[in-house]
Design a protein around this ligand. Structure first.
Ligand code: MN
Length: 266
């Protein structure tokens, strides 16, 4: 057990337990609390929120409070909170991911999904990603930028918000902006080529990422050199859509009546 009063922090990622971004994040968070690392045994980027339900999960202890799992990022957080940690974590921090997780892309991301899993289990969660730039990736700087945000989240929980998506720009950040998700412009082309045996193969997601949206988006913030913080929630309901669809209920009424009449006859 850790020092009383020190928060327990569960760290995971989708780049695998040996990724540089995870190592520097875990080290940086040691200044904040007692860090447990539970992460996939290999890279599992872009697996989204997948859970492993049809084969056993194995835990490989790599050191004190450090575990590799042969599963997805969501498996790691689930197993960490419900099985491996001796105490319930005060916060889940996922990352530092190699590459941005902006706008619509959050639905593909294993890093963001790890934080979603924490949030679903009632633990405040933060996903941290480092936007790719021209210079070599500085994960240490990204982890240092994330520490005060984790600190703030632990100190002063905003009611109802349990999930923050943090993207750190390359280079020295100019500050922090609170943002909304931008929209991805799907200019991706599918690449079709032949393999050495002459069989056709396809490669998706090959195009350069393009974005649209106003100045208040995550994409605009990192593009301008700011750390982007987007509060997310997992209620995917479209409330505008629901209001519009309410009118359909009465339209379906004759259909239901017809089915009942048919049954009576049969
Ligand atoms: Mn990744």
């Amino acid at each position: 057990m850790g020092v009383p009063g020190r928060p327990t922090i569960l760290v995971s990622n989708d780049d695998g337990v040996h990724a540089t971004g995870l190592g520097v994040l875990a080290a940086a968070l040691e200044t904040v609390g007692d860090v447990y690392v539970v992460a996939p045994d290999r890279e599992r980027s872009a697996v989204g929120h997948a859970l492993t339900l049809h084969r056993p999960l194995r835990v490989e202890p790599l050191g004190e409070r450090r575990f590799a799992i042969n599963g997805t990022p969501s498996d790691c957080v689930n197993l960490g909170i419900l099985g491996l940690l001796t105490a319930r974590p005060d916060i889940v921090v996922a990352g530092v991911n190699a590459g941005s997780n902006l706008g619509d892309d959050v639905t593909y991301s294993g890093t963001v999904s790890a934080a979603m899993e924490g949030s679903l289990l009632g633990v405040p969660s933060v996903a941290v990603s480092l936007v790719e730039g021209k210079e070599p990736a500085d994960f240490r700087a990204a982890a240092e930028a994330a520490v005060p945000i984790v600190h703030r989240m632990l100190r002063d929980r905003v009611l109802g918000i349990t999930l923050l998506n943090v993207n750190v720009p390359p280079g020295r950040p100019r500050g922090v902006k609170m943002t909304r998700l931008g929209r991805r412009v799907y200019s991706d082309k599918v690449v079709a080529e032949r393999d050495p045996r002459g069989k056709l193969y396809y490669w998706i997601g090959a195009g350069p990422p393009a974005w649209e949206g106003g100045e208040d988006t995550d994409f605009a913030a990192v593009h301008a050199g700011y750390v982007s913080v987007t509060p997310l929630h997992l209620d995917l309901t479209s409330y505008d859509g629901l209001r519009a669809l309410k009118a359909w209920e009465s339209e379906f009424e004759p259909m239901v009546t017809a089915v009942r009449r048919q049954r009576r006859r049969g």
